[in-house]
Design a protein around this ligand. Structure first.
Ligand SMILES: Cc1cc2nc3c(=O)[nH]c(=O)nc-3n(C[C@H](O)[C@H](O)[C@H](O)COP(=O)(O)OP(=O)(O)OC[C@H]3O[C@@H](n4cnc5c(N)ncnc54)[C@H](O)[C@@H]3O)c2cc1C
Length: 389
Protein backbone atom coordinates (compact mmCIF):
# COMPACT_ATOMS: atom_id res chain seq x y z
CA UNK A 1 0.00 0.00 0.00
CA UNK A 2 1.35 3.42 -0.97
CA UNK A 3 1.36 6.08 1.75
CA UNK A 4 0.71 9.76 1.17
CA UNK A 5 0.57 12.63 3.60
CA UNK A 6 -2.06 14.30 1.44
CA UNK A 7 -4.41 12.75 -1.11
CA UNK A 8 -6.36 15.22 -3.24
CA UNK A 9 -9.46 13.78 -4.94
CA UNK A 10 -9.93 15.72 -8.20
CA UNK A 11 -7.10 17.20 -10.24
CA UNK A 12 -8.76 20.07 -12.11
CA UNK A 13 -8.33 23.70 -11.16
CA UNK A 14 -9.13 23.42 -7.45
CA UNK A 15 -7.15 20.24 -6.80
CA UNK A 16 -4.19 21.45 -8.87
CA UNK A 17 -4.15 24.83 -7.18
CA UNK A 18 -4.18 23.23 -3.73
CA UNK A 19 -1.24 20.98 -4.65
CA UNK A 20 0.63 23.95 -6.13
CA UNK A 21 0.18 26.20 -3.10
CA UNK A 22 0.98 23.40 -0.65
CA UNK A 23 4.44 23.33 -2.20
CA UNK A 24 4.58 27.15 -2.35
CA UNK A 25 3.88 27.28 1.38
CA UNK A 26 6.70 24.85 2.02
CA UNK A 27 4.82 21.58 2.52
CA UNK A 28 7.44 18.85 2.13
CA UNK A 29 5.26 15.76 2.69
CA UNK A 30 4.07 13.45 -0.08
CA UNK A 31 1.07 14.52 -2.21
CA UNK A 32 -1.09 12.40 -4.53
CA UNK A 33 -3.35 14.17 -7.00
CA UNK A 34 -5.98 11.65 -8.11
CA UNK A 35 -7.95 12.42 -11.26
CA UNK A 36 -10.29 10.01 -13.06
CA UNK A 37 -10.57 12.10 -16.27
CA UNK A 38 -7.04 13.33 -17.09
CA UNK A 39 -8.26 14.94 -20.35
CA UNK A 40 -10.73 16.96 -18.24
CA UNK A 41 -13.43 16.29 -20.84
CA UNK A 42 -16.21 16.69 -18.28
CA UNK A 43 -14.63 18.91 -15.64
CA UNK A 44 -16.49 22.12 -14.76
CA UNK A 45 -13.14 23.87 -15.16
CA UNK A 46 -12.82 23.23 -18.89
CA UNK A 47 -16.56 23.58 -19.64
CA UNK A 48 -16.92 26.89 -17.84
CA UNK A 49 -17.33 30.41 -19.24
CA UNK A 50 -13.99 31.31 -17.66
CA UNK A 51 -14.92 34.74 -16.41
CA UNK A 52 -13.76 36.65 -13.37
CA UNK A 53 -15.54 39.44 -11.56
CA UNK A 54 -15.45 41.41 -8.37
CA UNK A 55 -19.19 41.94 -8.37
CA UNK A 56 -20.17 39.73 -5.46
CA UNK A 57 -22.28 40.51 -2.40
CA UNK A 58 -19.98 38.92 0.18
CA UNK A 59 -16.64 40.61 0.99
CA UNK A 60 -14.83 37.24 1.22
CA UNK A 61 -15.93 36.36 -2.33
CA UNK A 62 -14.66 39.71 -3.59
CA UNK A 63 -11.33 39.11 -1.84
CA UNK A 64 -10.95 35.61 -3.31
CA UNK A 65 -11.40 36.99 -6.83
CA UNK A 66 -9.05 39.88 -6.13
CA UNK A 67 -6.35 37.39 -5.12
CA UNK A 68 -6.81 35.58 -8.45
CA UNK A 69 -6.73 38.89 -10.31
CA UNK A 70 -3.35 39.66 -8.74
CA UNK A 71 -2.14 36.21 -9.79
CA UNK A 72 -3.28 36.94 -13.36
CA UNK A 73 -1.40 40.23 -13.36
CA UNK A 74 1.69 38.48 -12.07
CA UNK A 75 1.33 35.39 -14.26
CA UNK A 76 4.70 35.51 -16.04
CA UNK A 77 6.82 35.93 -12.96
CA UNK A 78 5.02 33.01 -11.33
CA UNK A 79 4.65 30.60 -14.28
CA UNK A 80 7.31 31.74 -16.77
CA UNK A 81 7.64 34.20 -19.65
CA UNK A 82 5.50 32.05 -21.99
CA UNK A 83 2.56 32.02 -19.55
CA UNK A 84 -0.53 33.42 -21.25
CA UNK A 85 -4.18 32.88 -20.40
CA UNK A 86 -5.56 35.44 -22.87
CA UNK A 87 -7.06 37.57 -20.11
CA UNK A 88 -9.51 40.08 -21.65
CA UNK A 89 -10.19 42.75 -19.04
CA UNK A 90 -13.51 43.88 -20.49
CA UNK A 91 -15.59 44.09 -17.33
CA UNK A 92 -19.00 42.88 -16.22
CA UNK A 93 -22.16 44.91 -16.58
CA UNK A 94 -24.81 43.74 -14.14
CA UNK A 95 -28.22 45.28 -14.79
CA UNK A 96 -31.08 45.56 -12.31
CA UNK A 97 -34.74 46.42 -12.72
CA UNK A 98 -36.81 48.04 -9.99
CA UNK A 99 -37.03 44.76 -8.02
CA UNK A 100 -33.26 44.23 -7.93
CA UNK A 101 -32.19 47.82 -7.41
CA UNK A 102 -31.66 47.76 -3.63
CA UNK A 103 -29.57 44.58 -3.87
CA UNK A 104 -27.47 46.03 -6.70
CA UNK A 105 -26.82 49.13 -4.60
CA UNK A 106 -25.87 47.23 -1.48
CA UNK A 107 -23.63 44.87 -3.51
CA UNK A 108 -21.97 47.91 -5.04
CA UNK A 109 -21.33 49.37 -1.58
CA UNK A 110 -19.70 46.08 -0.50
CA UNK A 111 -17.52 46.07 -3.64
CA UNK A 112 -16.50 49.71 -3.21
CA UNK A 113 -15.51 48.99 0.40
CA UNK A 114 -13.12 46.31 -0.95
CA UNK A 115 -11.59 48.77 -3.41
CA UNK A 116 -13.21 47.26 -6.52
CA UNK A 117 -13.35 49.54 -9.56
CA UNK A 118 -17.11 49.27 -10.15
CA UNK A 119 -19.36 52.19 -11.10
CA UNK A 120 -23.08 52.31 -10.53
CA UNK A 121 -24.85 54.12 -13.35
CA UNK A 122 -28.40 55.14 -14.25
CA UNK A 123 -29.99 54.13 -17.57
CA UNK A 124 -29.03 57.36 -19.35
CA UNK A 125 -25.37 57.04 -18.42
CA UNK A 126 -25.40 53.39 -19.44
CA UNK A 127 -26.81 54.17 -22.88
CA UNK A 128 -24.21 56.89 -23.32
CA UNK A 129 -21.46 54.42 -22.39
CA UNK A 130 -22.77 51.51 -24.51
CA UNK A 131 -24.41 52.57 -27.77
CA UNK A 132 -25.76 49.06 -28.48
CA UNK A 133 -27.68 48.77 -25.18
CA UNK A 134 -31.42 49.20 -24.62
CA UNK A 135 -32.22 50.05 -21.00
CA UNK A 136 -35.91 49.17 -21.26
CA UNK A 137 -36.97 47.98 -17.77
CA UNK A 138 -33.53 48.76 -16.31
CA UNK A 139 -33.22 50.94 -13.19
CA UNK A 140 -29.41 50.86 -12.88
CA UNK A 141 -26.31 48.94 -13.87
CA UNK A 142 -23.00 48.18 -12.17
CA UNK A 143 -20.01 48.17 -14.52
CA UNK A 144 -16.52 46.95 -13.70
CA UNK A 145 -14.09 49.37 -15.32
CA UNK A 146 -11.12 47.16 -14.52
CA UNK A 147 -10.34 43.92 -12.75
CA UNK A 148 -13.04 41.86 -14.46
CA UNK A 149 -13.24 39.92 -17.70
CA UNK A 150 -12.58 36.48 -19.14
CA UNK A 151 -9.69 34.18 -19.94
CA UNK A 152 -8.74 30.72 -21.18
CA UNK A 153 -9.59 28.23 -18.43
CA UNK A 154 -7.75 25.34 -20.03
CA UNK A 155 -4.59 27.45 -20.35
CA UNK A 156 -4.78 28.40 -16.66
CA UNK A 157 -5.25 24.76 -15.64
CA UNK A 158 -2.29 23.71 -17.79
CA UNK A 159 -0.06 26.35 -16.15
CA UNK A 160 -0.79 24.88 -12.74
CA UNK A 161 -0.37 21.29 -13.99
CA UNK A 162 2.93 22.13 -15.68
CA UNK A 163 4.23 23.79 -12.52
CA UNK A 164 3.26 20.70 -10.50
CA UNK A 165 5.48 18.47 -12.65
CA UNK A 166 8.52 20.09 -11.07
CA UNK A 167 7.14 19.90 -7.56
CA UNK A 168 7.22 16.20 -6.76
CA UNK A 169 3.53 15.37 -6.96
CA UNK A 170 2.23 11.85 -7.72
CA UNK A 171 -0.33 12.07 -10.53
CA UNK A 172 -2.73 9.12 -10.41
CA UNK A 173 -5.25 8.74 -13.24
CA UNK A 174 -8.03 6.72 -11.68
CA UNK A 175 -11.38 7.20 -9.98
CA UNK A 176 -11.46 7.14 -6.20
CA UNK A 177 -14.18 4.63 -5.35
CA UNK A 178 -14.02 4.42 -1.54
CA UNK A 179 -12.71 6.39 1.39
CA UNK A 180 -11.66 4.49 4.51
CA UNK A 181 -12.52 5.91 7.90
CA UNK A 182 -11.68 4.91 11.44
CA UNK A 183 -13.82 6.89 13.89
CA UNK A 184 -13.10 10.59 13.58
CA UNK A 185 -10.32 10.12 10.99
CA UNK A 186 -10.16 9.25 7.33
CA UNK A 187 -7.31 6.84 6.77
CA UNK A 188 -7.07 6.33 3.02
CA UNK A 189 -8.72 6.09 -0.36
CA UNK A 190 -9.34 3.13 -2.64
CA UNK A 191 -8.82 3.48 -6.38
CA UNK A 192 -10.92 1.80 -9.06
CA UNK A 193 -8.21 -0.83 -9.69
CA UNK A 194 -8.52 -1.88 -6.05
CA UNK A 195 -5.31 -0.28 -4.81
CA UNK A 196 -5.57 1.35 -1.40
CA UNK A 197 -3.62 4.55 -0.66
CA UNK A 198 -3.14 5.44 2.95
CA UNK A 199 -3.62 9.15 3.57
CA UNK A 200 -2.78 11.52 6.40
CA UNK A 201 -5.26 14.05 5.00
CA UNK A 202 -7.87 13.71 2.25
CA UNK A 203 -8.92 16.81 0.33
CA UNK A 204 -12.19 16.82 -1.57
CA UNK A 205 -11.67 18.72 -4.84
CA UNK A 206 -14.18 16.71 -6.82
CA UNK A 207 -16.19 19.63 -8.22
CA UNK A 208 -19.79 18.71 -9.07
CA UNK A 209 -19.20 15.22 -7.61
CA UNK A 210 -18.03 16.56 -4.25
CA UNK A 211 -21.24 15.43 -2.56
CA UNK A 212 -20.60 11.86 -3.74
CA UNK A 213 -17.01 11.93 -2.54
CA UNK A 214 -18.10 13.22 0.87
CA UNK A 215 -20.62 10.37 1.07
CA UNK A 216 -17.74 7.91 0.54
CA UNK A 217 -16.33 9.23 3.83
CA UNK A 218 -19.73 8.92 5.53
CA UNK A 219 -20.20 12.71 5.48
CA UNK A 220 -23.01 14.88 4.16
CA UNK A 221 -22.26 17.72 1.77
CA UNK A 222 -25.14 19.47 -0.05
CA UNK A 223 -23.26 19.80 -3.35
CA UNK A 224 -24.68 18.29 -6.52
CA UNK A 225 -24.17 18.62 -10.28
CA UNK A 226 -26.55 21.08 -11.97
CA UNK A 227 -26.52 21.25 -15.76
CA UNK A 228 -25.74 24.63 -17.35
CA UNK A 229 -26.02 25.16 -21.12
CA UNK A 230 -23.90 27.69 -22.96
CA UNK A 231 -24.83 28.79 -26.49
CA UNK A 232 -22.57 30.27 -29.14
CA UNK A 233 -24.02 32.66 -31.73
CA UNK A 234 -22.91 34.87 -34.58
CA UNK A 235 -24.12 38.43 -35.14
CA UNK A 236 -23.49 40.87 -37.96
CA UNK A 237 -22.19 43.53 -35.57
CA UNK A 238 -19.07 43.27 -33.43
CA UNK A 239 -19.29 45.30 -30.25
CA UNK A 240 -15.68 45.65 -29.16
CA UNK A 241 -16.65 47.42 -25.92
CA UNK A 242 -19.18 44.80 -24.79
CA UNK A 243 -18.50 43.52 -21.27
CA UNK A 244 -20.03 40.35 -19.85
CA UNK A 245 -23.55 41.69 -19.51
CA UNK A 246 -26.07 40.18 -17.12
CA UNK A 247 -29.69 41.08 -17.83
CA UNK A 248 -32.07 41.55 -14.85
CA UNK A 249 -33.54 38.15 -15.85
CA UNK A 250 -30.18 36.48 -15.11
CA UNK A 251 -29.41 35.80 -18.77
CA UNK A 252 -25.85 36.74 -19.65
CA UNK A 253 -23.97 37.39 -22.87
CA UNK A 254 -20.38 38.20 -23.72
CA UNK A 255 -18.15 38.33 -26.77
CA UNK A 256 -15.84 35.38 -27.44
CA UNK A 257 -13.47 36.29 -30.26
CA UNK A 258 -15.61 36.91 -33.34
CA UNK A 259 -18.74 35.31 -31.84
CA UNK A 260 -20.76 35.63 -28.63
CA UNK A 261 -21.66 33.21 -25.86
CA UNK A 262 -24.81 33.30 -23.77
CA UNK A 263 -26.68 31.33 -21.11
CA UNK A 264 -28.23 31.67 -17.68
CA UNK A 265 -31.80 30.63 -18.45
CA UNK A 266 -32.03 27.62 -16.11
CA UNK A 267 -34.72 27.74 -13.43
CA UNK A 268 -32.92 27.01 -10.16
CA UNK A 269 -36.15 26.57 -8.24
CA UNK A 270 -37.53 23.75 -10.36
CA UNK A 271 -34.39 21.97 -11.59
CA UNK A 272 -32.86 18.92 -9.95
CA UNK A 273 -29.42 17.34 -10.02
CA UNK A 274 -27.98 16.58 -13.46
CA UNK A 275 -27.50 13.00 -14.57
CA UNK A 276 -23.79 12.21 -14.37
CA UNK A 277 -23.50 11.58 -18.12
CA UNK A 278 -25.88 14.27 -19.40
CA UNK A 279 -23.85 16.93 -21.17
CA UNK A 280 -26.44 17.69 -23.86
CA UNK A 281 -27.26 21.39 -24.12
CA UNK A 282 -30.92 22.29 -23.61
CA UNK A 283 -31.58 24.04 -26.94
CA UNK A 284 -35.17 25.04 -26.07
CA UNK A 285 -33.69 27.41 -23.46
CA UNK A 286 -32.07 29.39 -26.25
CA UNK A 287 -35.18 29.63 -28.42
CA UNK A 288 -37.73 30.20 -25.69
CA UNK A 289 -35.93 32.17 -22.98
CA UNK A 290 -32.59 33.57 -24.11
CA UNK A 291 -33.10 34.88 -27.61
CA UNK A 292 -36.16 37.07 -26.77
CA UNK A 293 -34.20 38.67 -23.90
CA UNK A 294 -31.12 39.30 -26.06
CA UNK A 295 -33.23 40.87 -28.82
CA UNK A 296 -34.80 43.27 -26.33
CA UNK A 297 -31.61 44.18 -24.50
CA UNK A 298 -29.43 44.56 -27.59
CA UNK A 299 -31.68 45.44 -30.55
CA UNK A 300 -28.91 44.43 -33.00
CA UNK A 301 -29.25 40.88 -31.65
CA UNK A 302 -32.69 40.54 -33.21
CA UNK A 303 -30.93 38.87 -36.14
CA UNK A 304 -28.44 36.35 -34.78
CA UNK A 305 -27.42 32.83 -35.75
CA UNK A 306 -26.82 30.21 -33.06
CA UNK A 307 -23.99 27.97 -34.23
CA UNK A 308 -23.21 25.52 -31.44
CA UNK A 309 -23.62 24.90 -27.73
CA UNK A 310 -22.17 22.92 -24.85
CA UNK A 311 -23.23 21.99 -21.34
CA UNK A 312 -21.26 21.56 -18.15
CA UNK A 313 -22.15 20.83 -14.55
CA UNK A 314 -22.11 23.46 -11.83
CA UNK A 315 -20.74 22.33 -8.45
CA UNK A 316 -23.98 23.55 -6.90
CA UNK A 317 -24.32 24.05 -3.15
CA UNK A 318 -28.03 23.65 -2.53
CA UNK A 319 -27.86 25.39 0.87
CA UNK A 320 -26.51 28.79 -0.17
CA UNK A 321 -24.72 28.66 -3.57
CA UNK A 322 -21.43 29.39 -1.89
CA UNK A 323 -18.15 27.61 -1.29
CA UNK A 324 -17.49 25.15 1.51
CA UNK A 325 -13.86 25.50 2.55
CA UNK A 326 -11.91 23.86 5.35
CA UNK A 327 -12.02 20.75 7.54
CA UNK A 328 -15.00 18.76 8.70
CA UNK A 329 -15.44 19.75 12.37
CA UNK A 330 -15.46 16.14 13.59
CA UNK A 331 -13.40 14.40 10.90
CA UNK A 332 -10.67 17.00 10.94
CA UNK A 333 -8.38 15.38 8.36
CA UNK A 334 -11.09 15.51 5.68
CA UNK A 335 -10.93 18.91 3.98
CA UNK A 336 -13.56 20.48 1.74
CA UNK A 337 -12.89 22.78 -1.23
CA UNK A 338 -16.28 22.54 -2.85
CA UNK A 339 -19.65 23.98 -3.77
CA UNK A 340 -18.52 27.08 -5.66
CA UNK A 341 -21.79 27.13 -7.64
CA UNK A 342 -20.60 28.85 -10.77
CA UNK A 343 -17.73 30.98 -9.46
CA UNK A 344 -15.14 28.38 -8.59
CA UNK A 345 -12.74 28.85 -11.45
CA UNK A 346 -11.93 32.42 -10.48
CA UNK A 347 -11.72 31.46 -6.81
CA UNK A 348 -9.54 28.38 -7.25
CA UNK A 349 -6.10 30.03 -6.98
CA UNK A 350 -7.13 31.85 -3.78
CA UNK A 351 -8.73 28.73 -2.35
CA UNK A 352 -5.60 26.71 -3.08
CA UNK A 353 -3.59 29.27 -1.15
CA UNK A 354 -6.09 29.29 1.74
CA UNK A 355 -6.14 25.48 2.13
CA UNK A 356 -2.35 25.35 1.92
CA UNK A 357 -2.07 27.96 4.68
CA UNK A 358 -4.49 25.99 6.80
CA UNK A 359 -2.51 22.76 6.44
CA UNK A 360 0.97 24.23 6.65
CA UNK A 361 0.50 27.03 9.18
CA UNK A 362 -2.61 25.84 11.01
CA UNK A 363 -4.70 28.88 10.03
CA UNK A 364 -5.64 31.30 7.25
CA UNK A 365 -3.12 34.07 6.64
CA UNK A 366 -4.00 35.80 3.38
CA UNK A 367 -7.81 35.66 3.31
CA UNK A 368 -9.87 34.54 6.29
CA UNK A 369 -12.08 31.79 4.88
CA UNK A 370 -13.64 30.72 8.19
CA UNK A 371 -17.07 31.98 7.13
CA UNK A 372 -17.04 29.31 4.39
CA UNK A 373 -16.44 26.57 6.97
CA UNK A 374 -18.50 23.38 7.20
CA UNK A 375 -19.94 24.46 10.57
CA UNK A 376 -22.65 26.46 8.77
CA UNK A 377 -23.58 23.39 6.71
CA UNK A 378 -23.92 21.30 9.86
CA UNK A 379 -26.11 24.02 11.41
CA UNK A 380 -28.13 24.53 8.19
CA UNK A 381 -27.20 28.23 8.38
CA UNK A 382 -26.95 29.80 4.92
CA UNK A 383 -24.06 32.13 4.03
CA UNK A 384 -25.72 33.32 0.88
CA UNK A 385 -24.01 34.92 -2.09
CA UNK A 386 -26.63 37.12 -3.75
CA UNK A 387 -24.79 37.58 -7.00
CA UNK A 388 -24.84 34.06 -8.46
CA UNK A 389 -24.71 33.97 -12.25
C1 LIG B 1 -21.17 26.22 -17.88
C2 LIG B 1 -20.32 26.68 -16.71
C3 LIG B 1 -19.89 27.99 -16.68
C4 LIG B 1 -19.08 28.43 -15.62
N1 LIG B 1 -18.58 29.70 -15.67
C5 LIG B 1 -17.73 30.10 -14.70
C6 LIG B 1 -17.14 31.39 -14.78
O1 LIG B 1 -17.37 32.14 -15.72
N2 LIG B 1 -16.30 31.75 -13.78
C7 LIG B 1 -16.02 30.93 -12.72
O2 LIG B 1 -15.27 31.33 -11.84
N3 LIG B 1 -16.56 29.70 -12.62
C8 LIG B 1 -17.41 29.27 -13.59
N4 LIG B 1 -17.97 28.03 -13.51
C9 LIG B 1 -17.74 27.22 -12.32
C10 LIG B 1 -16.37 26.62 -12.33
O3 LIG B 1 -16.14 26.00 -13.56
C11 LIG B 1 -16.25 25.60 -11.18
O4 LIG B 1 -16.70 26.16 -9.97
C12 LIG B 1 -14.78 25.18 -11.00
O5 LIG B 1 -14.24 24.81 -12.25
C13 LIG B 1 -14.68 24.05 -10.01
O6 LIG B 1 -13.39 23.50 -10.13
P1 LIG B 1 -13.09 22.06 -9.53
O7 LIG B 1 -11.69 21.75 -9.81
O8 LIG B 1 -13.58 22.03 -8.13
O9 LIG B 1 -14.13 21.14 -10.32
P2 LIG B 1 -13.94 20.37 -11.71
O10 LIG B 1 -13.32 21.23 -12.71
O11 LIG B 1 -15.25 19.74 -12.05
O12 LIG B 1 -12.91 19.25 -11.33
C14 LIG B 1 -13.23 18.20 -10.46
C15 LIG B 1 -12.42 17.02 -10.93
O13 LIG B 1 -12.61 15.97 -9.99
C16 LIG B 1 -12.60 14.77 -10.70
N5 LIG B 1 -13.28 13.77 -9.88
C17 LIG B 1 -14.55 13.80 -9.41
N6 LIG B 1 -14.81 12.71 -8.69
C18 LIG B 1 -13.68 11.96 -8.70
C19 LIG B 1 -13.35 10.70 -8.14
N7 LIG B 1 -14.23 9.98 -7.44
N8 LIG B 1 -12.10 10.22 -8.35
C20 LIG B 1 -11.18 10.94 -9.08
N9 LIG B 1 -11.47 12.13 -9.64
C21 LIG B 1 -12.70 12.64 -9.44
C22 LIG B 1 -13.34 15.08 -11.97
O14 LIG B 1 -13.01 14.17 -13.02
C23 LIG B 1 -12.89 16.51 -12.27
O15 LIG B 1 -11.83 16.57 -13.19
C24 LIG B 1 -18.75 27.55 -14.56
C25 LIG B 1 -19.19 26.23 -14.60
C26 LIG B 1 -19.96 25.78 -15.66
C27 LIG B 1 -20.41 24.35 -15.70
Amino acid sequence: MANFDVVIVGGAIVGSSIAYFLREEGFSGSIALVERDPQFAHAATTLSCASIRQQFSIPENIRLSQFTLRLFRDLKSRFGEDADIGFREKGYLILAGEAGLDILKSNHAAQAAEGADIVLEDPMALERRFAWLSTEGVSAGAYGRSGEGWFDAHALLMLFRRALKERDIAFLSQPVTEIARAGDKVTGVRLADGEMLSAGTVINAAGPDAGKVATMAGLVLPVEPRKRSVFVFEARERFEDMPLMVDPSGIYVRPEGSVYITGGAEDEESEGPANADDFNPDWPLFEEAIWPVLATRVPAFEAIKPTRAWAGHYDYNTLDQNAVIGPHPEVANFIFANGFSGHGLQQAPAVGKAIAELLVHGGYRTIDCSAFGYERIAAGRAFRELNVI
